[in-house]
Write a protein that binds this ligand. Structure first.
Ligand code: 13P
Ligand code: SF4
Length: 307
């Protein structure tokens, strides 16, 4: 049997460093277990951006990917926001540039732009309203009927929103490579193996996977669902990192991933030693010019008023 790695010393080192520097450590639900266990807070994109806005800490060490740390800076410019690993990007966010969006707006000048938070600050600056997977359908349903809507960058989340709201969207053809790895065949095979299991899927999943899910949820939505449910078994169609917290919170329940491929390499870039070094040196600070930040902020704030 393989020996389990003991991370406690590094975790303690990071905790002490955070205390000395008046820093808060926040981690996305897809981070490595040892990172999640050491963080002050773990959560989905919406929870983490709210947290970043509310904290009194002087430094935010963001264990996640680039656009998340950018969103924290957009909301809290007076704080120092550090990204645990500067190379941790989001391939979906990189699928659309501000120039692409400007061209799209020229094509549909009367349309409102709704952008998933998984976008760069430059793209947010060209956006009317942001959304996360937790509030995308609510945001769109609160847009006056008849108004055309450009929805970027995730085509799968776009399909989910269309199904939930009955609105037709002008969608960008972006996608999350990690969620696209989860196929309907994977789901069918896992369901055969665990016929009693409830299927929870993220709306970044392919439409055919969405169609067979018992419930479509953000990452924290899945955590709430599993907690409240009487079911004993769940198939979790999202990045595998989420299963750590699900198991921790529900030791008597079983959680299955439909495929071993559902891993986001960017989310896994952050290790404890990198996080310690980042905080110690206060390196990888995420900033942007004030004009971009203010325009992006307007889109993030509009999200709040549309939910
Ligand atoms: P949520 O945690 O907001 O559901 O987002 C999932 C995701 O893919 C983040 O990159
Ligand atoms: Fe981006 Fe997908 Fe990774 Fe989330 S899981 S950071 S959407 S590539």
């Amino acid at each position: 049997m393989m020996n389990k790695v003991d991370y406690s010393e590094q975790q303690q080192q990071l905790r002490e460093l955070a205390r000395e520097k008046n820093a808060i450590v926040i981690a996305h639900n897809y981070q490595r277990p040892e990172i999640q266990d050491m963080a002050d807070f773990t959560g989905d994109s919406l929870e983490l951006s709210r947290l970043a806005a509310d904290t009194d800490a002087e430094i935010i060490l963001f264990c996640g990917v680039h656009f998340m740390a950018e969103t924290a800076h957009i909301l809290s410019p007076q704080k120092k926001v550090l990204l645990s690993d500067i190379n941790a990007g989001c391939p979906m966010a990189d699928m659309i540039t501000a120039e692409d969006l400007v061209k799209m707006k020229q094509e549909y000048p009367d349309a409102l732009v709704v952008a998933y938070v998984n976008t760069s600050a430059a793209v947010k600056a060209e956006t009317d309203i942001c959304c996360t997977s937790a509030n995308a359908a609510r945001v769109v349903s609160n847009i006056p009927a008849g108004r055309r809507i450009i929805f970027i960058p995730d085509r799968n989340l776009g399909v989910y929103v269309e199904n939930q709201t009955g609105r037709e969207l002008i969608k960008w053809d972006g996608f999350c490579p990690t969620h696209d790895f989860i196929t309907l065949a994977d789901i069918e095979r896992t369901r055969e193996e665990h016929p009693e299991a409830v299927l929870l899927a993220h709306p970044e999943c392919l439409p055919e996977v969405q169609a067979v899910a018992d419930s479509l949820e953000s990452t924290s939505g899945m955590i709430r669902y599993a907690r409240a449910s009487d079911a004993r078994e769940f198939i979790i169609a999202t990045e595998m990192g989420l299963i750590h917290r699900l198991k921790l919170e529900n030791p008597q329940k079983q959680f299955y991933s439909p495929t071993k491929k559902a891993i986001c390499p960017n989310m896994k870039m952050t290790t404890l030693s990198k996080a310690i070094q980042t905080l110690r040196e206060e390196r990888y600070e995420i900033r942007m010019d004030e004009d971009t930040r203010k325009r992006a902020l307007a889109a993030v704030e509009a999200m709040v008023s549309y939910t």
